[in-house]
Design a protein around this ligand. Structure first.
Ligand SMILES: Cc1ncc(COP(=O)(O)O)c(C=O)c1O
Ligand SMILES: [Zn+2]
Length: 406
């Protein structure tokens, strides 16, 4: 059971019963370089996993932070389950299947976890509903004096997921977007009742204006409804369900893969997937050659003791990110420390895919389906790259498809 959160940078510990424990309490504006991970006491589970339970937030609840938070504040298991069914009721275990087309192209069995059919068409909703479960538990138990607005900086799958999850609870949401965001996409967010704020670059101010506006909103009391671990560690809670599902689906299928490939932007997906999956399958994190700050940082970190204490020197922003996979063009990999820990635990690695392979992966996946964005098929580009490098044997591999084509 989850007992709390611990900062992997400064060691600060937070009891699981504390409400709204989004970030390390030592983090400040001038030193934001802290990140929390959930701490589990490894006690034997008391609630058997019910393979017939379709909702992962119910099936895996005993491993989850939101459930431990509820129970430690006196909520019964029955009430917690009822709350999950109401708040995360649309969530179901997503398909995991042998992908014949990609297998043929890559010359070995490729199993695909298909997040394109999940809530809002991508895995991002899993991150955000975990935060929402925490909020609704806190509200139900009288631990939240009022509903502060939710805030997110995104103009893609995360914004859409945030709008759907917030609307399902009628919780006000502010979305901070760049000025160039597609109007049609903005109207979709409006339709869900989100307030869309287009953020202009101010003269003489460096940094992403939408991210700066998000940080200002959080400093003024908004809830960081973020899909980045350092901005809100609770996004990792729901994200872990993907890893638990894949683990159980692999066991059922009797498959032992040689690697799992996952595309990386901000890094919360790879982090939470790895935390759920465990350490016995090598994690391969994939970035495009036009934006690979994680790969660069991992190379720098390899020669440094305690790299987490040298965050700003090791994780630096990528100049002029560019790729067809435009959802992973984060110029920094916010969750790089947790990823580097997961790579070490699983004997994993990082691969940078040439742009040609990003394009090929998108074509191959979409020839056979499911219809997937170039961002969401970019993990396959990493697998293509490693096939070309000759580093794989004939055993199966796993990829994660996310982001339904829009
Ligand atoms: C479809 C899809 N896959 C993968 C990612 C990467 O996730 P993360 O930013 O957590 O690394 C994103 C992020 O936007 C995405 O939209
Ligand atoms: Zn800290």
């Amino acid at each position: 059971m989850v007992t709390g959160l611990r900062c992997v940078v400064c060691g600060e510990e937070i009891e699981i019963s504390r409400a709204c424990s989004w970030i390390c309490s030592q983090a400040t504006e001038s030193d934001p370089f802290h990140v929390l991970e959930f701490v589990d006491d490894s006690a034997l589970p008391s609630i058997p996993i019910d393979d017939d339970e379709p909702n992962p937030f119910v099936r895996y609840r005993e491993r989850m932070g939101w459930w431990a938070f509820a129970r430690s504040n006196g909520m019964s298991d029955a009430d917690a389950v009822a709350l999950a069914r109401s708040v995360a009721g649309q969530f179901g275990v997503t398909p995991f299947e042998l992908h014949d087309g990609v297998s043929e192209s890559l010359g070995r069995p490729v199993w695909a976890k298909n997040e394109t059919v999940g809530v809002s068409g991508s895995h991002k909703s899993r991150h955000l509903v975990g935060i929402m479960l925490h909020l609704i538990v806190a509200e139900t138990l009288g631990l939240l004096p009022q509903r502060a607005p939710l805030a997110i900086s995104s103009c893609g799958n995360a914004a859409l997921a945030a709008a759907e999850v917030a609307a399902s609870q009628s919780w006000p949401l502010e979305v901070f977007v760049p000025t160039w965001m597609d109007d049609a996409f903005g109207s979709g967010l409006d339709a869900h009742g989100a307030t869309v704020n287009r953020c202009e670059r101010a003269d003489g101010v460096s940094g992403d204006p939408a991210m700066l506006a998000f940080r200002d909103a959080v400093a003024s009391g908004s809830v960081p409804f973020s899909v980045q671990g350092p901005a809100n560690a609770w996004c990792l809670d729901g994200g872990r369900t993907i890893g638990w599902e894949i683990r159980d689906q692999l066991r059922k299928a009797g498959v032992s893969p040689q690697a799992i490939y996952v595309q990386v932007g901000g890094g919360a997906l790879a982090t939470s997937l790895a935390l759920g999956l465990g350490d016995d399958i090598p994690l391969v994190v994939v970035q495009a050659e036009g934006c690979a700050p994680l790969d660069r940082a991992l190379q720098l970190a390899a020669d440094v003791d305690a790299p987490e204490c040298h965050w700003s020197e090791i994780m630096t922003t990528w100049e002029a990110p560019a790729s067809l996979a435009d959802g992973i063009l984060d110029d920094e990999t916010y969750d790089w420390i947790s990823i580097s820990r997961a790579l070490r635990r699983s004997s994993g690695r990082s691969v940078v895919a040439p742009e040609l392979n990003i394009v090929r992966a998108h074509e191959i996946v979409n020839t056979f389906g499911p219809p997937t964005s170039a961002t969401g098929s970019a993990g396959v580009a990493g697998a293509i790259t490693e096939v070309e490098m000759g580093v794989l044997d004939d055993r199966p591999i796993v990829v994660l498809l996310s982001g339904a084509a829009r």
